[in-house]
Write a protein that binds this ligand. Structure first.
Ligand code: FE
Ligand code: CA
Length: 525
């Protein structure tokens, strides 16, 4: 394959060279290409470097594991807040994996090339053969060595070993500290699922108005500014440690580009001409900074919806609810109690786009115990009669939701769990269709934000909980959810930070909910 990434996917494995090209089919399914035998020698010599200081300032990450390989990520940046300050040339970096943290024995290693075109980011598809346990990895360049990350492959499809997934979203730098990640690292999930709003695009902020730390620039609109913003967020040691802990599966929401954008429609129509270019820059910077098994964007688009499996336990479809959606209906109003305008109910209205809807339908059926939709915005129907409280969520795309939930039924997808972020509050909901509101099709677990401020006052909790489909809600804390998944039970433990505006604040349980296999009801335990 001659994609731009393929040269960097050139892996050296003992006496075998593995060419692992990262390719996305038109349906969005990613795959690792074939292995090619060669006689290249094993190497553990770091390429020489005359860089003036350490380029591994942004840490390391891994992600999108399958049973044969996992993506290893880093980005070289001497000065990540100022464009990276790297030489304008390709730089070769050694990567190594080992089953021991001392790296006494190298399981697999290779050379990856970081190019200035992609901000000197590196995405390696590492395919260590016959390893089922934890794997440590690092990058080396000259005398510099990156932090060590720990990752693993997905277990084989006959494995039913329990799985712990942490779901997280919304980490506005200015609004709070990343204490939730400290707790998450201590509780050691196998996988982190990040559901969007990894960065926020806004301006500097203000300590006088309640921000606890400041952004590094005015609102970001071009590639260098987006890169510098990721550089700021990824400078946080708690976030870096959480990435080092285990593989992540990442999708995006709106703030990776701009608040409440929809496809190529920006929030403010005055910006519409420039928006395609802005979005392209934002998408590229996102790709450069995430450990994703994806080709880089082509022009203004990148297909990021994809399937992740874990043993015989889960079939997870990672959704993209931003790139293909119709514009928010009825002027994108919030908390309006008047009946929705007709546009919101047009039958061809879509959240996912036709291609992604088809892809979902084709990939829902599996042998796995649990079907997960990793999703951006709230899917539970919380319409008040004909009124829609939030047009940015699935309520504003109800025909699309009905199609999705009906196809879950027709595909006989087992035990649907929807994992959601976006709304900066913790919630548990049951998923129903417009025509059959009495029959739950599955359960939605909404994580609160890691740090972003709550959108609604805590006093609204009781109003939400009074809604038929809301089982419970908590609006006043930041945190994440730790899901423990077994062949029999799904357990969602809601972890909340006492005060995310204070460093090292304590973290505790809010509540724990569970779903039993074969049931579409959820109960607090
Ligand atoms: Fe958010
Ligand atoms: Ca959002």
């Amino acid at each position: 394959m001659t994609t731009p990434i393929s040269r960097r996917m050139f892996l050296t494995l003992g006496a075998t060279v593995v060419v692992a090209a990262c390719s996305s089919s038109e349906e969005g399914q990613s795959s690792v290409a074939t292995e090619v035998a060669s006689t290249a020698p094993a190497t553990s010599l770091a390429p020489p470097s005359d860089l003036p200081s350490n380029p591994f300032t942004l840490g390391v990450a891994s992600g999108d594991p399958d049973t044969e390989s996992v993506v290893l990520w880093t980005r070289l940046a001497i000065d990540a807040l100022n464009g990276g300050a790297m030489p304008d040339e390709d730089i070769d970096v050694l990567w190594e994996m080992s089953t021991t943290e001392s790296f006494d024995e190298i399981t697999i290693a290779g050379i990856a090339t970081a190019s200035p075109q992609y901000g000197h980011s590196i995405h390696v598809i590492a395919a260590p053969a016959n390893v089922t346990g934890p794997l440590h990895y690092r990058f080396r360049l000259g005398d510099y060595t990156s932090p060590i990350g720990t990752t693993r492959l997905s277990p084989s499809s006959d494995s039913l070993e329990p799985l712990k997934i942490a779901s997280a979203s919304c980490q506005n730098w200015t609004a709070g500290f990343y204490t939730a990640y400290q707790d998450m690292t201590e509780l050691a999930p196998d996988l982190v699922l990040f559901l969007g709003d990894y960065i926020y695009e806004g301006g500097v902020g203000s300590l006088d108005s309640g921000d606890v730390r400041l952004h590094n620039s005015e609102e970001i609109k071009d590639l260098v500014a987006y890169r510098n913003r990721y550089g700021l967020y990824k400078s946080d040691p708690l976030l870096q440690t959480a990435h080092q802990m285990c593989p992540w599966v990442v999708t995006w929401d709106d703030h990776e580009v701009e608040n409440n954008y929809a496809s190529l429609t920006p929030q403010d129509i005055v910006d519409s001409e420039e928006f395609a270019s802005r979005r392209a820059h934002a998408y590229q910077a996102w790709w450069e900074h995430m450990p994703v098994r994806l080709d880089p964007p082509i022009e203004e688009n990148i297909t990021i919806y994809r399937q992740i499996s874990w043993g015989g336990l889960i079939n997870m479809l990672v959704l993209d609810g931003r790139q293909y959606r119709n514009d928010q209906a009825c002027g994108d109003a919030v908390l309006q109690l008047t009946p929705a305008c007709e546009e919101a109910l047009l039958p061809d209205r879509t959240m996912l786009g036709t291609m992604q809807e088809t892809w979902v339908a084709e990939n829902l059926t599996s042998e796995s115990t649990w079907t997960i939709l990793a999703n951006q915005t709230v899917m539970t129907d919380i319409r008040l009669g004909a009124a829609i409280l939030n047009y940015d969520q699935w309520d504003g795309y109800a025909p699309s939701r009905d199609r999705l939930l009906d196809v879950v039924d027709s595909a006989q997808a087992k035990n649907l769990i929807v994992l959601t972020g976006d709304i900066h509050l913790a919630g548990v909901g049951q998923l129903t269709t417009t025509s059959d509101p009495e029959t739950p099709r599955g359960i939605e677990f909404v994580t609160t934000s890691i740090s972003s401020s709550g959108n609604v006052d805590a006093s609204t909790e009781s109003l939400f909980v009074a809604l038929t489909n809301i089982i419970d809600a908590e609006a006043s804390h930041r945190g994440y959810i730790l899901h423990t998944i077994t062949p029999e039970t799904w357990t969602a433990q809601y972890r909340i930070v006492d005060d995310a505006k204070v460093e090292n604040s304590s973290v505790s349980n809010w509540k724990t909910f569970s779903v039993t296999k074969g049931s579409t009801t959820v109960a607090e335990i």
